[in-house]
Design a protein around this ligand. Structure first.
Ligand SMILES: Cc1cc2nc3c(=O)[nH]c(=O)nc-3n(C[C@H](O)[C@H](O)[C@H](O)COP(=O)(O)O)c2cc1C
Length: 246
């Protein structure tokens, strides 16, 4: 999170969290200006506190854009690549980049929560379809319950993150997330989350493709040529019901 707190306070907090929760994984989300020595110094300082991984914040639109940090940097893939290599050079823990959707698909003003979920899901699916299979994706945007999280897994996320949901509902919401996910997995016979990652990607399609598939399915089902006449005789309730059912 963005904050005006001095770095020393953050470092002390990371150390404390690692002490209090030794079995948990602590990921530090860091951002800096476009300067190699600053990124590498920050990486070293944070790494020394014992955190388990780094997330490089190339995404946040909420602050420091005047210093070309966060999403300002994320809009330039070449900068992201360069900065990631600076961090990787001095880091001995996993590093991943948090990307912004604001490249060709602007969601301006730091918009978040449920309203961005469909957009975030599309971003995740596009990444999953475009990246090599061994690249793992962490999805975020509008996740508030296990159903939301499952959608992200099914479209290619290996892990999920939350921000606004926790701010609105408190950290207790994790309970439902865990229980709902577990129930889904048990009901459907899955034993590990990895088994469901990307499972729905094969069904991802365009509206035009769906319309064509629906028409073909109807023709096969009906096996008759006089469907247009039947359609004209139906009332609007029946017509729309047909459009929404398989
Ligand atoms: C108040 C607020 C502060 C945020 N600060 C950061 C930040 O410091 N770094 C970052 O990468 N993203 C930050 N974000 C973005 C969120 O991490 C997240 O990507 C976005 O809000 C979408 O997820 P959500 O719908 O679960 O909130 C912030 C979002 C909000 C609402």
């Amino acid at each position: 999170m963005i904050s005006d707190r001095p770095i020393d306070v953050w470092l002390e907090e990371f150390r404390q969290v690692k002490k209090d929760y030794p079995k948990h994984i602590l990921i530090a989300s860091i951002m800096e200006e476009y300067e190699k020595s600053r990124w590498q110094e920050l990486t070293r300082m944070v790494q020394d506190t014992g955190v388990d991984a780094f997330e490089l914040n190339f995404s946040c639109p909420h602050g420091m854009t005047e210093r070309r940090m966060g999403s300002e940097m994320g809009e330039h893939p070449d900068l992201c690549e360069e900065v990631t290599s600076w961090v990787a050079e001095v880091s001995n823990i996993p590093v991943w980049a948090k990307m912004t959707p604001n490249i060709t698909n602007t969601v301006p003003g730091g918009y978040s929560s449920q309203a961005v979920r469909p957009i975030a899901l599309r971003m995740v699916s596009q990444l999953a379809l475009g990246l090599p299979q061994d690249v793992s994706i962490s999805g975020i945007g509008g996740i508030e319950n296990s159903h939301d999280a499952l959608e992200f897994f099914l479209l290619g996320s290996s892990t999920v993150q939350l921000c606004t949901g926790v701010m609105l509902h408190g950290v207790k919401m994790i309970d439902e997330l865990k229980q709902g996910l577990e129930k889904f997995m048990t009901d459907k016979g899955f034993t590990s989350v990895q088994e469901i990652v990307g499972k729905s990607l094969g069904y991802f399609s365009t509206h035009m493709d769906l319309v064509q598939k629906m028409k073909a399915a109807k023709r096969t089902k009906a096996g008759e040529a006089s469907r247009d006449n039947e359609w004209a005789q139906k009332d609007i309730t029946e017509k729309t019901a047909e459009l929404t059912s398989n």
